[in-house]
Design a protein around this ligand. Structure first.
Ligand code: NAP
Length: 435
């Protein structure tokens, strides 16, 4: 028998569990740990609440979770309630599938001013992550600056633009809907330090900006390269640039008809967040792109703004006792192996890029590595060993069966047309599982 502990119950965690089942069938026991009492990580608290079809993949993880040899061990924080070293003593392999939940820092003056948020915090707020439920952003200003030109910047921009009606069918949490209702935003500026050919936004997500009821995207035609140059782009990026071209062709008169303008500001590198007690603007330097890199021109300007959301990427959390690559913001590893017996997968392995599905081959390849290393298993204790330790420490472990009760409660309290109203505090989640 092999015993595997997976830390993190997001896509990377569940795909790895699925791969372990395929590899060993009944000859493996997998425990999936999560610091929250609820599973699915990024699917629950990262994927945008109005992208329910993407969240549907959780049904696949549930099928894995419900099998006899996979167990959810919720409400246990590895590194605090139990150490990685202890888990290594109990399991043949420990796999860190902890994602990249922290914001990369901009390292700019003013970054810590009130109403300046990283996307992990801002996305966590509208998705009901307990760590960010109290964020309470102030949307009373007329301009927001969103820094970065990736899909997270698009998510944040779209959520800031939508009306309550447009959130029908989504699982955006009530506290966020209430604050968004108070929004006085008229302008959202998306800052990209490079040009239209260097955006990280994918076509489907970019195209959604054309279908917002009270907002319209604006691109300055002068920022667009010659059409002929698009031929050199890979097909996905070419489609995204086509969307930018269609935004640039929107007649000026249209902007009078919609309350919010979403302005793409290319060749614009943030230099400082301005304000005194609260953010009042962003100082930006014009750039040119040389050999693919943004190079400052020395020309600066200020965008007055009452809200700034930095969507420039994420990094993995450190875990005591595990080596960490500070520069890359993830665990150092050789194709998923940190050390024999200790592995990483998904964003904790590769850094924060790729789609949910990219984690599947990742999970399968790390299980291949583990299979090479552990053979038939070393007779470790696995589950019973952890259960004894949890009992001795008085840990309040939340099981998958408990989660199904929490889920039923969340579904029962959903507003009309919504799939669920999430609990946003750990105590509420624990209380909802009943006795
Ligand atoms: P991302 O795709 O890496 O985009 C980050 C953006 O931030 C880039 O435009 C980057 O510009 C910019 N940036 C980085 N450092 C900067 C700095 N110091 N100053 C100014 N700009 C800076 O990251 P992401 O948007 O966080 O997305 C993470 C992953 O999740 C991606 O793979 C994304 O596709 C995926 N995702 C997918 C969806 C979806 O499919 N619906 C939704 C959300 C996220 P440079 O290119 O110049 O560095």
């Amino acid at each position: 028998m092999r015993h595997i502990a997976i830390i993190g119950s997001g896509p990377a965690g569940y795909y790895t569990a699925e791969a372990a089942q395929k590899q060993w069938g009944d000859d493996v026991r997998v425990d999936i740990f999560d610091m929250l009492p609820v599973p699915y990580g990024l699917i629950r608290t990262g994927v945008a609440p109005d992208h329910q079809s993407i969240k549907g993949v959780a049904r696949r993880y549930e099928a894995t979770a419900l099998s006899d040899n996979v167990r959810f061990v919720g409400n246990v924080m590895v590194g605090k309630d139990v150490t990685v070293e202890e888990l290594q003593g109990l399991y043949d392999a420990v796999v860190l599938a902890t994602g990249a939940p922290h914001d990369r820092k901009m390292d700019l003056p003013g970054e810590n001013l009130p109403n300046v948020y990283g996307s992990a915090a801002f996305v966590g707020w509208y998705n009901g992550h307990p760590m960010f439920a109290n964020l309470d952003p102030d949307l009373s200003g007329d301009t927001a600056v969103v820094i970065g030109m990736g899909n997270v910047a698009l998510d944040v921009t779209r959520i800031l633009s939508k009306t309550r009606e447009e959130f029908a069918g989504s699982d955006i949490v009530a506290h966020a809907l209430d604050v968004l209702d108070t929004s006085k935003l008229r302008r959202i500026v998306i800052l990209g330090r490079r040009g239209p050919h260097q955006i990280m936004m994918t076509p489907k997500e970019l195209g959604e900006l054309s279908h917002l009821s009270r907002a319209a995207p604006r691109v300055d035609p002068q920022d667009l390269p010659e059409v002929g140059e698009d031929a050199l782009l890979e097909p996905g990026l070419r489609k995204s640039v086509n969307h930018l071209r269609s935004f640039a062709a929107i007649p000026a008169s249209h902007y009078g008809d919609v309350p919010i303008e979403i302005e793409f500001d290319f060749y614009a590198s943030p230099k400082a967040i301005l304000g005194d007690g609260k953010v009042t603007g962003v100082e930006v330097e014009r750039t040119t792109v040389e050999a693919g890199r943004a190079v400052g021109t020395g020309e600066t300007y200020v965008i007055p703004a009452g809200l700034v959301v930095c969507c420039i990427g994420y990094q993995t959390s450190r875990i005591p006792g595990v080596p960490f690559d500070e520069r890359a913001g993830r665990f150092p590893n050789d194709e998923g192996r940190i050390l024999p017996g200790l592995y990483c997968v998904g964003w904790a392995r590769r850094g924060p890029s790729g789609t949910i599905g990219t984690n599947r081959p990742d999970g399968f390849s790390v299980i291949e590595k583990i299979a090479e290393d552990i053979g038939a298993g070393a007779g470790k204790q696995g589950r019973p060993g952890f259960d004894a330790l949890a009992q001795a420490r008085g840990l309040d472990v939340v099981t998958f069966r408990d989660w199904k009760k929490i889920e039923a409660e969340e579904e029962a309290r959903a507003r009309e047309g919504a799939p669920r109203e999430k609990f946003v505090r750990v105590e509420e989640m624990i209380a909802a599982r009943g006795s």
